[in-house]
Structure formats: C-alpha cells, structure tokens
Ligand binder design. Structure first.
Ligand code: DQA
Length: 142
C-alpha cells in the first residue's frame, strides 16, 4: 500500500509564489520534509506534480484502490469536475489539502468541487497539512 501525494498546477512554484500566502519553502523543500517524516514512519510515499489536468487524471486512474491519496489540486479544486470524477472512482482514502486557508481568501477559492468526494479537507496549515493527511490515511488503513 502506497500513499500518493499529488500536487496540481503552480504548486511547483511555491517559495517564489506569494510567500506570505504559501510560505517560503520551495516545492522541493516541502517534498523533502514529507519524505523525511514518512521515512521515519517507514511509509512508502510517492510524489506527483503536474500543471496539466489530464496528467493528474491519468495518474489518479492508474492507482489501485488499496492505495491512498493526499491531493492539493491547486486552482483545479475550484472548477475541475474531471479531477473530481476521477477521485470519485478511486475508492481508497483521499484527503484534500491546501497550503493556504481557502476560506479566508477570495470568494472563488472558498468553494471546492473536490471536497465532496474526499474523506476530508485540510486547509491553511501549510506543508504540515500533507503530513496530517498521510497520518489520517495510515490510521484508516490499520
Ligand atoms: C492552493 C489554493 C488554491 O486556491 C490556489 O489556486 C493554489 C494553491 C493552496 O494550496 O492553498 O494553487 O491549493
């Protein structure tokens, strides 16, 4: 059983992209932190980032239901019914994560079309949200 940390568009630009909102760590530094923590827990975590909707869908479709997903869909959270549908078909545990608190920002960000097909949403806790999402999946898989 593997946990997949999926990141959508522009998340490869964090660190450079509005650090007052997304924090000063780069994407590579966030991945490093998650890797370090998951290694300490003996967990197998795989990372995928894409700026393309279809690639994210192909990746989700390739996963067995025995696995788990932690996904930060970026702006796709607000309008991608195709990613929503791909996630609905995946039957393993899935958690939606946002670095920023999407409920505290522009109105269009407060709505996610993904949330209803996820077990839960973690928003506003920065990179730590990914760790919490992984922990939840480990608990449900016990
Ligand atoms: C984000 C929030 C989205 O609204 C935004 O488009 C992103 C990042 C977050 O992690 O806070 O790209 O998903």
């Amino acid at each position: 059983m593997k946990i997949h940390v999926i990141n959508g568009p522009n998340l490869n630009m964090v660190g450079k992209r509005d650090p007052s909102i997304y924090g000063s760590l780069s994407y590579a530094e966030i991945i490093e932190k998650i890797k370090k923590w998951s290694n300490s827990q003996n967990l197998e975590v795989e990372f995928f980032q894409s700026n393309h909707e279809g690639e994210i869908i192909d990746y989700i479709q390739s996963l067995p239901d025995e696995d788990g997903i932690v996904i930060n869909p970026g702006a796709y959270a607000h309008y991608s019914y195709s990613i929503r549908d791909a996630l609905e078909t995946f039957k393993g545990p899935k958690v939606e994560v946002h670095l920023s608190n999407i409920f505290k920002r522009e109105e269009f960000r407060a709505r996610s079309v993904i949330s209803r097909v996820c077990d839960g949403v973690i928003s506003g806790l920065g990179w730590y949200g990914y760790i919490l999402g992984i922990e939840y999946i480990m608990e449900t898989k016990k």
